[in-house]
Design a binder for this molecule. Structure first.
Ligand SMILES: C[N+](C)(C)CCCC[C@H](N)C(=O)O
Length: 264
């Protein structure tokens, strides 16, 4: 099984992540505070995504990464491989994402003197507390919503990327850096725009159960969110998600492509 894609996925994800971190922590005070936990998580998650995607394409089309420029796979195969990558990475992402959401939702770090102590002191303490209070399965709270969010939208991610590269690159050649940046940026936007409705639901499921359980499942969460807040609830965070998605995924794809070319 070719492993370069796993490693390239890891490194390129980390590069994208450093750029996107200020958007992710816009609610907090220190912009680059706490980078080590997200770097560790992207190492696992992005390498699973790109590694599975590329190996799924290898299974479906019997072409390696290098051969795919000359013999481009069909969009159906690209979509299926992207969905497979998205589906599998969701299970690796689930605990990391849960911890991120729980930590970002504590407003206490900015606390005034005299206000209550934050519930979680950091990522490791958060993981340990969830494990103790909610059991090992607690670490996968919201994983189903996350899977529903990521499976189709990562298919869309790779279709957009490959489609735009194909459109702006002469037959059989590698796409230019500018093309990779723009295609990667729009792939990120297309994927995040379509993922935002379930992203809202996913985060609510992840916060559920902290004090008492409110939702019976993904559908119940959707229905009660719409009832209380209207359809607009599905577009919460759309602007910030898209603004973050362009630079993050532009540099993710650029470094991914260059690492693979460099390794031959
Ligand atoms: C599928 N969904 C849009 C949710 C995620 C896309 C992941 C791409 C990249 N790691 C990023 O954080 O933008």
């Amino acid at each position: 099984m070719p492993v370069e894609e796993f490693v390239a996925g890891w490194i390129s994800g980390a590069v994208g992540l450093v750029l996107g971190h200020p958007f992710d922590t816009v609610k907090l005070l220190g912009f680059f505070k706490g980078m080590s936990f997200p770097i560790a998580s992207i190492a696992v998650v992005n390498s699973v995504l790109f590694g599975v995607y590329s190996n799924a394409l290898l299974l479906l089309t019997a072409t390696s990464h290098q051969e795919r420029r000359a013999q481009p796979p069909s969009y159906m195969h690209i979509f299926l491989a992207g969905c497979t990558g998205g589906f599998l990475q969701a299970y690796f992402l689930a605990p990391f994402d849960l911890i991120k959401v729980r930590l970002q939702n504590q407003t206490e770090p900015r606390a005034q003197p005299g206000s209550p102590q934050p519930r979680y002191h950091g990522p490791m303490h958060c993981a340990a507390s969830i494990f103790q209070e909610e059991g090992p399965r607690g670490l996968f709270r919201g994983a189903w919503a996350l899977t529903l969010r990521d499976t189709p939208t990562l298919g869309i991610y790779f279709i957009t990327y490959e489609g735009l590269c194909h459109q702006y690159t002469p037959e059989g050649q590698n796409p230019s850096s500018a093309t990779v940046l723009v295609a990667g940026g729009f792939a990120g936007i297309a994927s995040w725009v379509t993922a935002t409705p379930l992203d809202v639901i996913k985060s609510r499921m992840q916060m559920d159960g902290l004090r008492r359980k409110v939702y019976r499942g993904v559908l119940d969460c959707m229905v009660s969110s719409v009832r209380q807040e209207g359809l607009g609830v599905f577009f919460r965070g759309l602007t910030i998600n898209s603004a973050r998605a362009f630079p993050v995924n532009a540099v993710t794809f650029l470094s991914y492509e260059y690492l693979l070319r460099w390794w031959g």
